[in-house]
Design a protein around this ligand. Structure first.
Ligand SMILES: Cc1ncc(COP(=O)(O)O)c(C=O)c1O
Length: 402
């Protein structure tokens, strides 16, 4: 009875990555030996000291409501993290904790965007940005970022996309899905375009900060362009760095007026993030980066192994991502080919579907990220799974004819 739903439900759709994972799970439940490279989460476990901190918090009775914007202890850990790792100085009224970085971004968009407002989304981009903007009544404005700029937005493209209606810009580095990382110089160039637009807020999604690979230095806009700090919301969280996707803790730092509004919104929706998970996040942020770096090195080895494999497969376009744990693979040369039964691979969706249906390998099509024909494959999976996945992909490609 969709006619009983509010009109806003027609403006956005279920996350394509969640949908791709659900399809893979359904095939698995039907008994098929599916390998899924769809999800955006580390395959590692949450480090033991973090788990212990959560158990201790439960024993200590930290099981009640906390302040809406986070426990003072976690907010202090967030402030210390921003100072230590990013050179950013925030006060207690300039940070807040939410149920995942996703809720931080959702709060910010809902607080900032209304009917007719435009939000610039360099594309390909994380599947949720455009839909959150639409939910708020705004219009996502794409800047198409192709291989010629390493899938990154340029200052010229940003300047061309700005209009009097622009209220916000989404920046995500390292990027999901492309793995592109914006250098300090590239951020400075983008920041230069904004110097006359104090009315535009930049939401910097730094969730993959600690997953940058050798030769690439992570940088964040508020630190690189201190003059813009009052118009930047810096978003981060523990999900990806500390293998804590299920704990649901994200945080943001930005101007007090925006944080206040986000806090009000959260107070009328979910209240505080889980108290036990907040205690675990303190242990994560205060616990040093030793495990994080060891795991990043494991991701790096997997990245290199997969890039070498894919580069040897004819008809795929692949580049080594500078960060995050995704491969963004161009499949344009394979569109128009035929399966062994003569069926034509008419488009990206047909390619992705056939890979799952015939070779039990699940990936996400590029369309959900705003760019086709591509596929996104995560390399946050075991070496054995990745090797088997490469064999299946290779068999699939070999079966296609012109
Ligand atoms: C670019 C990006 N931002 C934010 C998130 C959400 O992270 P969290 O688990 O903290 O909500 C994700 C998760 O996939 C992501 O890829």
């Amino acid at each position: 009875m969709t006619d009983r739903l509010a009109p806003r439900m027609a403006r956005f759709s279920a996350s394509p990555t969640v949908a791709a994972t659900a399809r893979a799970n359904a095939a698995r439940a039907a008994g098929r030996p599916v390998i899924s490279l769809t999800t955006g989460e580390p395959d590692f476990d949450t480090p033991e000291p973090i788990v212990e901190a959560a158990i201790q918090a439960m024993r200590d009775g930290q099981t009640r409501y906390t302040a809406v914007d986070g426990t003072p202890r976690l907010k202090q850990a967030v402030i210390d993290k921003f100072a230590r790792e990013n050179g950013l100085s925030y006060g207690m009224d300039q940070v807040m904790v939410s149920t995942g970085a996703k809720q931080v971004i959702f709060n910010a968009i809902l607080a900032l965007i209304g009917a007719g407002d435009e939000v610039i989304c360099p594309t390909p981009c994380w599947v949720s940005y455009p839909d959150m903007v639409k939910l708020a009544g705004g219009t996502p404005v794409e800047i198409t970022c192709g291989p010629e700029t390493g899938f990154k937005p340029t200052a010229q493209a940003l300047a061309a996309a700005l209009t009097p209606k622009t209220r916000a810009i989404m920046l995500n580095s390292p990027s999901n899905p492309t793995g592109a990382v914006l250098s300090a110089d590239e951020l400075r160039a983008l920041g230069g375009v904004l110097k006359d637009r104090p009315d535009v807020i930049v939401i910097c999604d730094d969730i993959y900060e600690h997953l940058t690979y050798p030769g690439t230095a992570f940088a964040t806009l508020a630190a690189v362009c201190p003059e813009l700090k009052d118009q930047v919301l810096t978003v981060n969280g523990v999900s990806k760095a500390y293998a804590m996707t299920g704990w649901r803790i994200g945080y943001g730092g930005g101007p007090a007026w925006l944080i206040r509004a986000m806090r009000v919104l959260q107070s009328q929706s979910t209240t505080n993030a889980c108290s036990v998970a907040q205690a675990a996040a303190v242990a994560a942020l205060d616990g040093g980066l030793g495990t994080v770096h060891a795991r990043r090195d494991a991701f790096l080895a997997r990245r290199d192994r997969l890039v070498a494999c894919l580069a040897a497969m004819p008809g795929l376009q692949v580049r080594a991502p500078e960060g995050a744990f995704y491969l963004w693979v161009g499949i344009g040369d394979r569109i128009g080919t035929r399966l062994p039964d003569g069926t034509r691979i008419a488009d990206e969706a047909a390619f992705v579907d056939a890979l799952l249906d015939r070779h039990d390998l699940a990936v996400v099509g590029g369309a959900g990220f705003g760019a086709s024909p591509y596929m996104r494959m995560t390399f946050a999976a075991s070496d054995a799974e990745l090797d088997a996945a490469m064999d299946r992909l290779s068999d699939f490609l070999a079966s296609l004819t012109r």
